[in-house]
Ligand binder design. Structure first.
Ligand code: 5GP
Ligand code: ZN
Length: 112
């Protein structure tokens, strides 16, 4: 499968790793939109939020369990934002489910 984030998980494309375990991988966004901008992805290929279901939700659950710990390791004690863009209207550019963690400053109140 020709998927950028699957290649990052495999190590075929280098990335700046923040956290990894058997189910998920977290790495720095190549084009940061905030002082801290990390992407958290499931190791299993799920193309978007639209494709989450009972059969593959374990890795998604694990992402949400780990996000607070990843955020703490990034020094985001004062808060942060988690975003998942889905589909064309959501401006999803990489078709492998990912959650942006943004922080390190007071973020804009507008989200759309
Ligand atoms: P989306 O627009 O799909 O929600 O987010 C995709 C994100 O992936 C963007 O923020 C973009 O900067 C990031 N990105 C795209 N290609 C690469 C890459 O090769 N390496 C890393 N680390 N991030 C990437
Ligand atoms: Zn993938």
């Amino acid at each position: 499968m020709d998927c950028l984030f699957c290649k990052i998980i495999d190590g075929a494309i280098p990335s700046s790793k923040v956290y990894e375990d058997d189910k998920i991988y977290a790495f720095k966004d190549i084009n940061p939109q905030a002082p801290v901008h990390v992407l958290v992805i499931p190791k299993v290929h799920i193309s978007s939020m639209d494709e989450v279901n009972e059969a593959n939700a374990e890795s998604v659950k694990h992402i949400f369990v780990m996000i607070p710990q990843i955020a703490k390791s990034l020094g985001l004690e004062n808060g942060y934002r988690v975003i998942s863009n889905c589909g064309d209207d959501g401006c999803q550019s990489v078709k492998h489910l990912h959650f942006h963690i943004l922080g390190g400053k007071k973020l804009n109140e507008n989200m759309a």
